[in-house]
Every structure is written in C-alpha cells, then in structure tokens.
Ligand binder design. Sequence first.
Ligand SMILES: Cc1cc2nc3c(=O)[nH]c(=O)nc-3n(C[C@H](O)[C@H](O)[C@H](O)COP(=O)(O)OP(=O)(O)OC[C@H]3O[C@@H](n4cnc5c(N)ncnc54)[C@H](O)[C@@H]3O)c2cc1C
Length: 389
Amino acid sequence: MAESVGWDVDDRVASWRGLPSLDRDLAADACVVGLGGSGLAAVDELLRRGLSVVGLDAGRVAAAAAGRNGGFLVAGPWESMYEASSAWGEHVAVDLFSATLRELDHLEDVLGPGVVRRPGSIRLAGLPGPAETEAESAQRAAELKLCRLEAEVLRRLGIAAEIYDGPLGQGLFQPRDGAVNPAVRAVTLAGSLADRAALYEGTPVLKLSPGRVEAVGGTVQAGVVVVAVDGRLDVILPQLAGMTRTARLQMLATAPAAPGRLPCPVYGRYGYDYAQQTPDGRLFVGGGRDRFTAQEWTTDSVPTDPVQRYLDRLAVRFAGTPVTVEHRWAAPVGFTTDGRALCIAVDDGIVAVGGYSGTGNLVGPVAARAAVALLVDGTPPPAYFRSTF
Ligand SMILES: Cc1cc2nc3c(=O)[nH]c(=O)nc-3n(C[C@H](O)[C@H](O)[C@H](O)COP(=O)(O)OP(=O)(O)OC[C@H]3O[C@@H](n4cnc5c(N)ncnc54)[C@H](O)[C@@H]3O)c2cc1C
C-alpha cells in the first residue's frame, strides 16, 4: 500500500529547508539522539542551561511518530486520571497532569495560535453516530458511566472538565486541551533551534557508549547524551527491551468532509479510536489498536490493509458522511509494561526517554526535560516516570 503522510502536505512542512547530514567528527557538551517532539525539547532545555548541543536524527526531524501522530495535545497520562490516581497515588497523577499542561501552554506560547489550537478535547463514550449493534449500545452505556466518574474525579482535583452531550454523542469535554499538525510543530521548533544547536538530519546513530555517539557520517563526543526515541527504543537500546515494546499505530487522512463536524480532537471507545478535523475540513483518523494487537507488535512502519479497512469505516463514523481517503501511513511507538513512561539512565552520562504508550506529544517533552535535569543537575526524575531497572 502506497504510504504518504497527510500532515506533510502543509506548506510549512513541504517547504522545510532541511538540515545537513553529519559528515565529520564533532565535540559538544551534550548530544541528543532523535529529533522528535521529545528530542527537540531536550535540545531546548540543554541550550537554556548554556550547554553546546549536537542533535542527530536518522531521517527528517520527527520522521517517526512525532511527525505522524493524531496531533492531540491532551494533558495528563495515557490512561484516565481516575486510573492513574488509583495506580500511582493522586498527587503523582496530578503532578503529571500539571507538567503536561505547562508543556502545552509553553508550546502555545512558543509556536503561537497558527500552529497550536486550543479548542479542548472530547472523550466520547463509544463512537459518533447511532450504535450499530446491541453490543455497541451496551458498551457505550458502560463507557459513559466511566466518563461521568472521570468528570467527578477531575472536578474534585480542580481540573476543568464538563459533561459533553451534543451532536457526536455523550462523553467528557476538557476545555484546555489542544490540537496541532505534529509535523508543523516539529519543523517549526527545529527551525527555531537550528541557529543555536548543531542539528543534523539523515544521520542514524549506530552505537552509544559513555561520552561517545557513533553515527553514520561521524562520531560526536559529548559528556551528556539524551536518547529521545519512543518507538524502536528497544532496538537502539536492547537493554530496555523488557521495559518498553514497539508497536505500530496507523492513520489516514481524508479530503475535506463535513467541515465543522468535529469541533475539537475527539477520542472514543476508551480512546482506542480518535480523529481530528482541521479547519479546512480534512479528517485525520486513527485507531483500532485493541482490535489488531498481535499484528501491530512490530517495528515495521508500513500501513496494512486490515487496519486501513477498519480506519475507512471509522472515518465515516467520525465524518458522519462518506469520505475520500487521500493519505495512509503508520509509525512506531513504545508501550511500557506498567503505563509509566521511561526516563532512565542506561549508562554513565546517557539517559533514555520513551515508552509513552501512544500519547507522547506532551509527556515526551516533559520526560526529555526531566532527563536533562537528571544529567545536568542530578535531579531524580518525578515518580510518574520509571527511572530504575
Ligand atoms: C499514529 C499515531 C498517532 C498518535 N497520536 C497521538 C496523539 O494524538 N497525541 C499524543 O500525545 N501522542 C500520539 N501518538 C504518540 C506520539 O506520537 C509519540 O509518543 C511521540 O510523538 C513520541 O515522540 P518522540 O520525539 O519521543 O519520539 P519519536 O517520534 O519516536 O521520534 C524519535 C526520532 O528519533 C529518530 N531516530 C530513531 N532511531 C534513531 C537512530 N538510531 N539514530 C538517530 N535518530 C533516530 C526518528 O527518526 C525520530 O525522528 C501517536 C503515535 C502514532 C504513531
């Protein structure tokens, strides 16, 4: 199946001037491996501390999930605050929620409303439109109870939340969440950092050892190294294989359809299915991970027919009308065993971050900043990250 990424047709991505590939050995205070949303936050954080930085990406910036995701900027952990509070303790869950919200505010400040929109998000019970079977109807009713429970928990914790009851169905509305074209986010951030850091594209890293990053084209000597790779982290650092596992997530994008149908990013069916509609009416739709679990535990990033046929049906549910699909793609992400993302020292002066279980747009930068704080200041990572073997 031919692959093309719907986000990349945006002029700001299509006209990305690109960065050079590494063609010599370099030395710097710090090296960042992987220039997705997380790696770029690490670069920013290192520069803020006055360090010299080299950043390396195997492909274009955000060549993996960071430039190919649903573009949801949803504060909090991947699971509900109700579940996270039960599993980790309430104050730990609230700390993570606050950190991701700060990251979202920061992104909005830095990138502006032309890149980061703040329309809120809807967590729907089930999918938009009438239930197609009795089983779907029953699942929807059960999920609605959880949405109401989550609304109570959020309000008790002082987090803005409203019950949603509208044309798409019923669920939970969180007014502070945001949306982005993730590829625009990445190239804009990389463009703004490239004057102050030595950033390279098309430069796969082959080997990591204390103080030394060996890549195609050259070796970087650096006292501190942040590895900011979400999917395939277990490939680049096999010692993390028992802690994070790579899965493929797939998406499609449609031609403009029913503009205004989705007022904000909408995720339903326990968050497994999701869609964002851009102001020009295009739908960006993903999901089905729970329905294709076995096949999607893979480091391969090519979209597949069974998942894409499911997404075709999903796109119609979200659009409420027939749609024309223009782009199909996939990307790797890391899932951890206990739902906590990793911020973990893997060797002297080397910290790895990743394993965001499909929701790293905000948690990833939070983890990257925590990695820099650990490496440079010796600050232990917050309890919502897994930081020990
Ligand atoms: C289809 C899909 C939908 C998603 N939807 C959402 C969403 O709506 N909201 C949300 O919060 N999250 C979402 N996610 C998850 C989110 O995209 C990721 O968690 C997040 O983007 C991870 O960013 P990152 O910068 O940590 O890592 P990555 O995106 O994995 O970036 C790592 C970078 O490292 C580079 N790299 C890899 N190996 C090497 C190497 N050996 N040498 C040098 N460079 C290397 C890659 O090219 C890449 O650019 C989704 C993911 C997918 C796939």
